[in-house]
Design a protein around this ligand. Structure first.
Ligand code: ZN
Length: 171
């Protein structure tokens, strides 16, 4: 893992997102399970579902809310966005990194997973710290907004959401 994570810095996403993904892969983002190392008296249930302990893998990959989100994102983006642990996440990201980035579609594919991880984390924090009610649609609206922004600045293309359920890239 140590040699793999250095590749994070090759990803063309904003620096704060690289840092966030690096922390995810190191198992060091401040989920409730992580916090429980110092504050075992605090509740550890998942912010989204309230059923399972909020580990990184549960919150970002396997919680029903997140798993549905990834499935929909993968269908829209045209490739399978499913992973259940760090190793699978890294394998998928590595595969995307090894594909040529000359085509717009390839560059777009590389921003999808970082955008999804960041969106889940931001929405979870809004729910936990600002008391916002969160629905699947909030995740979806957030990630669409992010992908449109990043599409323009990082991919050099207009990301268009087709109401039918997929993204179209205007180079
Ligand atoms: Zn959950």
């Amino acid at each position: 893992m140590a040699t793999c994570t250095s590749k994070i810095w090759k990803w063309r996403v904003p620096c704060k997102i690289k840092l966030f993904i690096w922390l995810v892969l190191q198992g060091r983002i401040l989920t409730k399970m992580y916090r429980a190392k110092w504050r075992p008296e605090e509740p550890t249930e998942c912010t989204f579902c309230g059923n399972e302990p909020e580990s990184i893998e549960h919150l970002l990959f396997n919680c029903t809310t997140s798993a549905c989100f990834w499935e929909r994102l993968g269908e829209a983006a045209g490739f399978r966005c499913a992973f259940h642990d760090m190793e699978e996440l890294w394998q998928l990201m590595d595969a995307l990194l090894n594909q040529g980035e000359k085509c717009t579609q390839g560059r777009f594919r590389r921003i999808v997973i970082p955008a999804g991880l960041w969106t889940i984390w931001r929405v979870r924090n809004a729910m936990l710290f600002k008391g916002q009610m969160v629905y699947a649609e909030n995740l979806w609206d957030d990630v669409l907004r992010l992908l449109k922004d990043w599409g323009q600045f990082l991919v050099g293309a207009r990301v268009v959401w087709e109401p039918g359920g997929s993204f179209r890239i205007d180079a």
